[in-house]
Design a protein around this ligand. Sequence first.
Ligand code: C2O
Ligand code: CU
Ligand code: CU
Length: 493
Amino acid sequence: MKRKDFLKLTGTGAGALLIPAGIISFISTGCNKSGNMGGMSGNGVPVTDGEFLQALPIPPSIGANTTLAAQTTSAALKGNQSYHVLGYQANSILGPTFRINKWENVSINVNNLLSEASNIHWHGLHIPAAMDGHPANIINAGTSFNYNFIIQQRAGLNWYHPHPHMATGKQVYKGLAGLFIVNDPEEAALNLPAGEYEIPLVIQDKRLADTNLTYNPTVMEVMSGYLGESILVNGKFSPFHAVKSQTYRLRILNGSNARIYNLAFSNDQSFTIIGNDGGLLKTPVSVNNILISPGERLDVLVDFSASNAGDEVFLISKVFSGGGNAQGNQLFKILKFKITQKMNAPFIIPSILSSITPLTATQASRTRNFDISNPGMNMQSGTHRINNKLFDENRIDETVSANAIEIWQFDNSQGDEPHPMHIHGIDFQVLQRIGGRNSLIASESGWKDTVLVMPGEIVKVIVPFGSNPGRFVFHCHNLEHEGDGMMLQYQLS
Ligand code: C2O
Ligand code: CU
Ligand code: CU
């Protein structure tokens, strides 16, 4: 039941503002079946900080012609403690980082050595529908598939992960994911920090009390998402990384199933956002903290030149508001930077990073509205819907003409859970946020493929659909919500 319907039933209607505050909070928190008061959007899982004694692993880089083998393996996620995980290579979670130039032809053979169906979605890549890892295009256990496509898009940080319906959450949680970096001449001309000064960071939360990484969310955990008490970076719990007092480029993916981070540094130093899901922004933006939700990426420059050898600076997640009951309630540490060497060669950040033409609402031929409020009053599976529909691979929900420019509006105004909404096959620009935070954040200029819609918010994005025909999905990137059915498909023709 939606909150506004509840208000209708209570006969208050427009008089809702006169309801005493206690009742309002009852309405918004609800109660569960057992009659206990508790958030209908699920409860948070507090994070436990570690000691930051393990070196940060950097996944190996790989080129355009390769084989990935999805397999059960083991990995030392916490100290030397071994866990049963899924990997694309033996003895680790996460796959290698692809580094590919624009116009390269990519051929990736995926062997599914698992005992269940899988596939790979190349999140952020603009490739033919048959290569996109649609949930209907699976690789059965014991078989393989060759993903073959040409990179025709600008530089940026993309990623890959399985997408079999109802199993994405489990397979990603157990370790299947990796980065896919595209390079191009526009980006190369900026001479951004590279080599040891460019650090990929995949941030994920897991439950490390269980060495089997069991994934079996309860109904309440489908509401909140499957949150873990332990934060891993590049597959390692509580790591550190030695740095010089220099500018570093951090290529950050939130690869968590559901957790949102409010990234900041423990000394509260500012840092510069230069890119996001769709590549470089037009101009750099300096911030002190920035939200990143599951599926989103950030390209960040951080200058440690004010630090001295021996200093320690933590990448942290700060408290934030508006994340429903489950998220944002706690400050915790993610990664320790140990400054080991003083340098005096500051990197001068270019004032123009790339050229981006902003789209305006008047260019759109139509607006499609997607109700994602799902107030969660219904304690059963299939609660997470879009326009009151659950995913059905045999139903096309939206038909879009080639080269159309459209506004897609995600309406979470009646909802009480955050929803990071992701559209396959395209990049969009974020036009407007109404309600909640009421404005766009620093990482939401330029091109994106995933946008966070907090409770109470309506977010409008403008999408140039291009002419890549076929059937693509769009969904909430809280992977528990996605698995619960919060995914539809559009056909581009
Ligand atoms: Cu990373 Cu369909 O998603
Ligand atoms: Cu995607
Ligand atoms: Cu969601």
